[in-house]
Design a protein. Structure first.
Length: 334
């Protein structure tokens, strides 16, 4: 972070403030970890923070400390709008453009208070008073650790804040596997373990809590997988009917996309998930190595993300969407 930005933040936080903290819509482990980590840090520093999530967070994150205090905009628009309008500072975490909050964007657009962005996605929009954006980091949670340290408050990071930060680093790094995992990432993790963060329990809370239905749904997704060996690509689909058949709940499809990369020799994969309520096909893309799925998502599926993990959506049918994908793949030389 730039020295002047650190000073600006210090000034903003010099007196107790009402602070809104916002993750992106469809918050994941990093979005929840960073917003809740910041929440506990601000609470410790005598502020009045509230995490306002655009929509519900997945069940597998409900154990996170402070998750019971999170306000859900889509469930309680009136109250959440009031919290946002009364905030003296707004922190936006783990996203780079206001449209990533969905409907809440309309409320945020009209606020005149300072915004602070902490994020690791490419091409951040220019809406924040202070922008701490760096694509070199594998997670916003890792950035939050540095952010707190820049403020000279590293000793405030306790087991609770550490648990939140650990969760986001773990989930966004694919359990410390993705290329942005550095020595520093591991040194931070080591510090967090020394603070009492339960590194052997958190992965189980996140990953070993599937319902039987969820595993059956995973089985269906694996059966639906198509492979294009010449183009080193796989993809799979889940229709709304399949989601319904296995009593799908929020979070059940999380991580399924990664199986497409676990096929030997595959470097590009996608999952297409039908959402009849929103009338879209939600797309997740993953790659290994140089193939840039952020670019692919931006160019073809109205989305974005990172080089090796991105997403987008399609407003045509499942059949048309996968046909478009197959046509694009048939021209790919990876
Ligand atoms: P996921 O596939 O896990 O939903 O998302 C992977 C990455 O792509 C995340 O960093 C996420 O923020 C980003 N992403 C997912 N969907 C979209 C989208 O529709 N638009 C943009 N700009 N980014 C997305
Ligand atoms: Mn993230």
């Amino acid at each position: 972070m730039k020295e002047q930005d650190i000073q600006a933040i210090e000034q903003l936080l010099a007196t107790p403030k009402k602070i809104a903290i916002i993750p992106h819509r469809g918050p994941d482990g990093d979005a929840m970890g960073s917003t809740l980590g910041l929440y506990h840090f601000l609470l410790k520093n005598n502020h009045q923070p509230v995490v306002v999530s655009p929509n519900e967070f997945p069940d597998f994150l409900a154990w996170m400390p402070g998750s019971e205090t999170v306000k859900i905009f889509e469930k309680d628009k009136k109250n959440c709008t009031q919290i946002l309008e009364e905030a003296e500072i707004v922190f936006t975490l783990d996203f780079n453009a206001l449209h990533r909050v969905g409907e809440m964007e309309k409320v945020l657009e009209n606020l005149t208070v300072p915004f602070v962005m902490i994020d690791h996605h490419q091409s951040p929009d220019d809406y924040a008073t202070v922008t701490y954006s760096d694509t070199a980091f594998g997670s916003t949670c890792e950035m939050l650790y540095h952010f707190i340290s820049f403020l000279g408050k590293k000793s405030d990071i306790d087991k609770t804040i550490g648990t939140c930060i650990y969760t986001g680093i773990l989930t966004d790094s694919g359990s410390f596997r993705f290329p942005k995992t550095t020595g520093t990432t591991h040194r931070i993790i080591a510090d967090l373990i020394d603070l009492g963060v339960k590194n052997s329990e958190i992965p189980a809370l996140l990953y070993d809590n599937s319902s039987y239905d969820r595993l059956q749904l995973l089985g269906r997704a694996l059966q639906n997988m198509k492979i294009f060996p010449v183009h080193k690509t796989t993809y799979t689909t889940l229709t709304q009917a399949e989601l319904d058949q296995f009593n799908h709940i929020k979070g059940d499809t999380e991580g399924i996309v990664n199986y497409g990369l676990s096929v030997k020799g595959i470097v590009f994969t996608a999952i297409f998930i039908e959402n009849t309520e929103e009338k879209i096909i939600k797309i997740s893309l993953r790659s290994q190595g140089d193939f840039d799925v952020n670019l692919f998502a931006r160019e073809h599926f109205n989305g974005g993300g990172h080089r090796n993990a991105a997403g987008g959506k399609s407003e045509t049918s499942m059949q048309e969407t996968v046909q478009k994908f197959e046509d694009l793949v048939s021209k790919l030389i990876i």
